[in-house]
Design a protein around this ligand. Structure first.
Ligand code: SF4
Ligand code: SF4
Ligand code: SF4
Length: 207
């Protein structure tokens, strides 16, 4: 963890504490509505349109988690579960597979609008057959805003569903009336108790 991370986290925590304090003394209607309840919020994977199976296509991506959080950079981020990832050479979450194919046989454009996915070769690279290589895909936490595009592309049938959207509990202010929950078109952003809930399995997903 970098000093930059520490500083940012300290700032966010102070901001959250200030919002709660303001609400407690009854100042500021907006801050009051957002006062932290102490309850955590989670994304229900079987409701979220970006995660649940059966919905595909870039036109279907819901951007509300990225756009509605009160934080400058949303508390929702993409997370790649490496033990589920196929480490594909042409990952549909990393590449824009609809873009033109370059001389190396790979799509010429990336999918992520914030260039937040890092692609690292695993082991020795075979320069004569790119498709013979495997790659690790890691999300850069400082860049990802939880827009969900990669999540939509990673799901079955194109991908293995290893990339999910998650609420970062170390960043979320636990607003009493979470702006994302209010905007969510799928009623997928749900309040749980004070303790973050364990991850829910995706129905119909790969084991
Ligand atoms: S959620 Fe959006 S910003 Fe984050 S890695 Fe995926 S495509 Fe990039
Ligand atoms: S409760 Fe919702 S709006 Fe508030 S910081 Fe967390 S994710 Fe963002
Ligand atoms: S607002 Fe709801 S449907 Fe949209 S990405 Fe967030 S949890 Fe999913």
């Amino acid at each position: 963890m970098t000093n930059h991370d520490d500083t940012r986290r300290d700032f966010l925590q102070r901001t959250g504490q200030a919002a709660c304090a303001a609400a407690i003394v009854g100042t500021g209607a907006i801050l009051g509505r957002r006062a932290c309840s102490g309850d955590a919020w989670v994304i229900a994977p079987n409701r979220c349109v970006n995660i649940r199976l059966g919905v595909t296509g870039s036109d279907e991506v819901c951007n509300a988690c990225a756009e509605q959080c009160v934080l400058p950079l949303s508390a929702v981020r993409a997370v790649n579960q490496h033990d589920r990832c196929g480490r594909c050479c042409i990952c549909p979450a990393y590449f824009d597979v609809r873009s033109q194919v370059g001389p190396d046989g790979l799509p010429t454009k990336k999918l992520c609008p914030r260039d937040a996915i890092v692609r690292t070769p695993i082991g020795e690279v075979d320069p004569y057959d790119p498709l013979n290589n495997f790659y690790e895909y890691t999300i850069d936490d400082d860049l990802c805003n939880g827009c969900g595009r990669c999540v939509m592309e990673c799901k079955d049938p194109a991908g293995l569903g290893s990339i999910r959207l998650e609420v970062r509990y170390d960043l979320c202010l636990r607003c009493n009336q979470c702006s994302i929950a209010q905007a969510c078109p799928e009623d997928a952003y749900v309040r749980v108790g004070p303790e973050p809930a364990p991850a829910v399995a995706l129905e119909g997903g790969h084991a």
